[in-house]
Design a protein around this ligand. Structure first.
Ligand SMILES: Cc1cc2nc3c(=O)[nH]c(=O)nc-3n(C[C@H](O)[C@H](O)[C@H](O)COP(=O)(O)OP(=O)(O)OC[C@H]3O[C@@H](n4cnc5c(N)ncnc54)[C@H](O)[C@@H]3O)c2cc1C
Length: 558
């Protein structure tokens, strides 16, 4: 009985990541890459070393809510786990939010920041959640033009000093609806030069945050989304007491268990208008665009962690006389997961590039529309991929993948939230249709921009090994284009019923096109054929998901 299993191990997560490093070499000028590399290598070292060790040691800890003190006072304090406390300090010091706002490298600062977030995320148990909302709140306040709130909050949100650092919450979902927030029942009553909020918020993540952006209906406003206004509030007073906010309980969730997600009662919470007394849903859009970008970056980061652990394990685990890494079928399984993660990576980071250009106002009108289309497409596509990859990753470990103290099952549980929050797959598929039709005076403009982006990626591809993959991308694009035209002709039922398959097809098509483009570049400049192999494999993994279902049979299902 001498046999023991060697656990999977991680090295420097920057140095070991071919996909990230190759992408950065293509996108960054060489001298800029030299400048930012130190920060990425240091984050890669932490993520594969101290943070990963702390993550494994912190596995059983969860945030604790204490509602009352010993003397009967309501205090509603939330104690975070040791991992999260360290994660907060490291995130601030290493500028995981700040880098995007310092803009040392213009629009590419957003890509640099996303690379930091990508390395940081898998070792910090969804600390990406408060960071995403912090980043989104900073962007929303800056976009609002409300100078008083900008001066008050933004320096805290984008500082590198952990003592000054604030995180932000995003309180939208109520019992009446998370997708349909127009039904929100929280009321805002004018008082003392500001407002006081009364209502219940049903999902409020990272309740430890110092501030929140939230939606409420000023008294007398009409129902629906337009009648809601966007509010800013600070959660605690100078003595650390909640400002008329009661934390009723923390949610008992499948995953994201380090995230304190609360149910709240707002009972006269002081709040200030961010921008106007109506159109809150529209005014909070900058926040959602940022949190959706973070969602995609988190999805590719978790996929990367899964395949990194699985690849290492395959070299160690022996079955039927040889390491798993020498078994053709196991290798085939791993290669498919690598390809899925690599394709998703290129889409998430392409959206980061466009977001950076938008923030520095270097974006053309056409690319602004492309960003509008790709944000929901990217979020919904990568969220689904993350769940599929995490599930397969667990299987590559056999029984160990199902055993909690390996630290592996959390990958699947945490990934499962990615298609749900920040807009479910269906809700974003419908948003994709709206985005495609949002070109002024030209309902086809969004699709034209999308098609042009795909075509641009494919036009300079010369390597014969990529020819089939190029054909797959073109065929999927043609099918999506003709499906949309036909569904629009048939009517709303057909359009909505097919929206998910259509949007996922758009997502997988642009992922394939971006991967092909990068593969050609990597072959030309790095003499590396790995991305070509990934592109060929991804092309064979189901790009076109559209089936010309008859929407009429839907009524038979329920
Ligand atoms: C861990 C966690 C943390 C969260 N943190 C926060 C937070 O910090 N702040 C916050 O505001 N919210 C938060 N949420 C809430 C989250 O954003 C919502 O749960 C999500 O938006 C879905 O809303 P819902 O739960 O009301 O589902 P519903 O809107 O009821 O959706 C139910 C199902 O119906 C589908 N559906 C809905 N409308 C349509 C349609 N028109 N056509 C087709 N299908 C449709 C959806 O896709 C979904 O599958 C969190 C959720 C989770 C799980």
């Amino acid at each position: 009985m001498h046999f023991q299993q060697a656990p999977p191990a991680l090295g420097n997560q920057y140095d070991d990541d071919r996909v990230l490093r190759s992408y950065l070499r293509r996108v960054f000028p060489a001298d800029v890459l030299v400048e930012i590399e130190e920060s990425l290598r240091e984050m890669g070292r932490l993520a594969g070393g101290e943070l990963y060790e702390l993550q494994l040691a912190d596995r059983l800890n969860e945030p604790v809510l204490t509602q009352w003190d010993a003397w009967g006072n309501r205090i509603d304090q939330v104690e975070l786990t040791p991992l999260w406390r360290v994660a907060e300090r490291i995130a601030a010091e290493h500028g995981v939010v700040a880098t995007a706002y310092e803009q040392k490298h213009g629009s590419l600062s957003r890509v640099h920041q996303c690379a930091l977030a990508y390395l940081f995320t898998p070792s910090t148990d969804i600390y990406s959640c408060p960071l995403a909302m912090t980043d989104g709140a900073a962007r929303t306040l800056l976009t609002s033009g409300n100078q008083q709130l900008i001066d008050r909050a933004v320096p805290h949100l984008i500082t590198r000093d952990p003592r000054e650092f604030w995180t932000a919450g995003q309180w939208m979902t109520e019992l009446t609806g998370g997708s349909d927030v127009g039904l929100s029942e929280t009321i805002a009553k004018p008082q003392e030069g500001g407002f006081r909020l009364y209502g219940r918020k049903w999902f409020t993540s990272a309740i430890s945050s110092q501030m929140a952006l939230t939606l409420a209906r000023p008294e007398g406003n009409p129902p629906g989304g337009r009648g809601l206004a966007l509010f800013y509030l600070e959660t605690r007073d100078e003595h650390g007491r909640p400002r008329n906010i009661q934390i009723n309980r923390l949610k008992d969730k499948l995953g994201t268990r380090k995230v304190p997600t609360a149910e709240l009662t707002l009972d006269g919470t002081p709040a200030q208008l961010v921008k106007g007394t109506t159109d809150g849903v529209r005014n909070i859009a900058p926040l959602l665009n940022i949190t959706r970008l973070w969602n995609g970056i988190s999805a590719v980061a978790l996929m990367r962690r899964g395949v990194a652990l699985s690849s290492d394990y395959a070299r160690k685990r022996v079955a039927f006389g040889a390491p798993l890494s020498e078994k053709p079928l196991h290798l085939d399984t791993l290669a498919t997961l690598h390809a899925e993660a690599e394709a998703a990576f290129h889409l998430a980071f392409y959206v980061a590039e466009l977001a950076g250009q938008s923030e520095t106002r270097e974006i053309s009108d056409d690319d602004a529309l492309l960003l509008r289309v790709l944000t929901p497409v990217m979020k919904l596509t990568t969220g689904k991929q993350a769940v599929m990859v995490a599930s397969e990753v667990l299987e590559t470990f056999g029984g160990a993948g199902y055993v909690e103290d390996t630290g592996l099952p959390v990958l699947l549980r945490d990934s499962q939230v990615l298609p749900i929050w920040e807009g479910t797959t269906n809700v974003l598929a419908l948003d994709t249709l709206r985005a495609l039709q949002s070109g002024e005076n030209d309902p086809q403009r969004g699709l034209v921009r999308f098609a042009a982006a795909v075509t641009r990626c494919l036009e300079n591809v010369r390597d014969a090994r990529l020819a089939d993959a190029v054909r797959v991308a073109r065929t999927a694009l043609d099918h999506a284009t003709s499906w949309l035209a036909e569904a629009e002709r048939v009517g709303l039922l057909a359009l909505e019923a097919g929206a998910r398959r259509f949007s996922l097809t758009l997502g997988r098509t642009i992922e394939l096109a971006l991967l092909i483009k990068h593969a050609q570049w990597s072959h030309d400049h790095e003499h590396d054929g790995k991305a070509i192999a990934s592109a060929r494999r991804f092309a064979a993994s189901g790009i076109n998901l559209i089936s010309d279902h008859d929407a009429d049979d839907l009524s038979e299902l329920l």
